[in-house]
Write a protein that binds this ligand. Structure first.
Ligand code: PBG
Length: 318
């Protein structure tokens, strides 16, 4: 008698049985589509490094949100590109700022679509860092946290259903929670200092003018530290914890899921998107198969929510 394990392929031979025993399913209901909304823009403007993704005016974002909802995708994540940047990132916490205006417009037109807002200063600061600078050029954690919390409160007042702080300052989840007792917080808990954010920085015009983000974002080499970050955010009041990027950090997604038992979000970032798009455009791989495999792997690793620029395409393919 052979061991039963030697016949695992019995489960693979019939398509119906293969489907029946599938452990992970992909559903448009698990996706969040990021949107870039730009002040003063008329219509849409393509982002060269992210084929298929545009910067949007507020009215184009409202239309786009309608299309996203009609595909069965339950949520969008808003990023703002202001018409004016300054040292203090005032556009981020202006009640009439671009994300606040876009949030109001999208919620008015599509009340059932969940609007999540990215909470950070880097799109709004003239130097492109995620916080306020000291005279020596380093980022001042604590004064930055005050402005991050102000930004989240302003976005929630504009109608954001969920706020998502992405700045990686220490203590910001607690500060946001102190200002917002009822708004769910999706914390970018384990956000790595990654080369895969390149296309996003072009899209949001948020490349740091000098230096890099390694003083506040995580070292890609550290898994235990990602757990410490996630557990701190949970203590401070996060409702969902995020790992970002996704594909190079599948092990971290799994560990965060196992340790927190909270809903986990994974952000399949701009560079991950761009890689597949570029390879597909060059005829090097099958885009549809590659995207569905990548997104399934992120879910299998333990992510409940997948934030991805592929959301619309994947929803159509499913
Ligand atoms: C802002 C922020 C970034 C991303 C999301 N929020 C960029 C960064 O840290 O430079 C990246 C998203 C992507 O690459 O798709 N702090």
């Amino acid at each position: 008698m052979p061991f039963p394990q030697t016949r695992l392929r019995r489960l693979r031979q019939t398509p119906v049985l293969r489907d029946l025993v599938r452990e992970t399913r992909l559903d448009p209901g698990d996706f969040v589509m990021p949107l870039f909304v730009e002040a003063g823009l008329d219509g849409r403007a393509p982002i060269a490094a992210m084929p298929g993704i545009d910067r949007l005016s507020i009215s184009a974002a409202v239309d786009e949100a309608g299309e996203i909802a009609s595909l069965g995708i339950p949520a969008v994540l808003l990023f703002g590109i202001p018409d004016h940047k300054d040292e203090e990132g005032t556009g981020a916490y202006d009640d009439e700022g671009i994300v606040q205006l876009a949030t109001r417009a999208i919620k008015r037109a599509h009340p059932d679509l969940l609007v999540m807002t990215d909470v950070c200063l880097c799109e709004y600061t003239s130097h492109g860092h995620c916080g306020l600078l000291r005279t020596d050029g380093s980022v001042d954690n604590d004064s930055s946290v005050d402005l991050i919390a102000r930004t989240a409160v302003s976005q929630a007042r504009a109608g954001a259903d969920v706020v998502a702080p992405s700045d990686m300052m220490d203590g910001r989840i607690g500060a946001v929670r102190a200002g917002l007792s009822d708004t769910p917080i999706v914390a970018y808990s384990a956000k790595f200092a990654s080369a895969f954010y390149g296309p996003f920085r072009e899209a949001a015009d948020s490349t740091p003018a000098f230096g890099d983000r390694r003083a506040y974002q995580m070292d890609p080499a550290n898994g235990d530290e990602a757990l410490r970050e996630a557990l701190l955010d949970v203590q401070e009041g996060a409702d969902v914890v995020m790992v970002k990027p996704a594909l190079p950090y599948l092990d971290v997604i799994r560990r965060v899921k196992d340790e927190t038992r909270l809903p986990v979000a994974a952000y399949n970032v701009s560079g991950e998107y761009a890689m597949i798009k570029a390879a597909a455009a060059a005829g090097m791989l099958d885009e549809r198969a590659a995207v569905l495999e990548a997104l399934t792997s992120i879910r299998r690793a333990g992510a409940d929510i997948v934030i991805t620029y592929h959301a619309k395409d994947a929803a159509r393919w499913l």
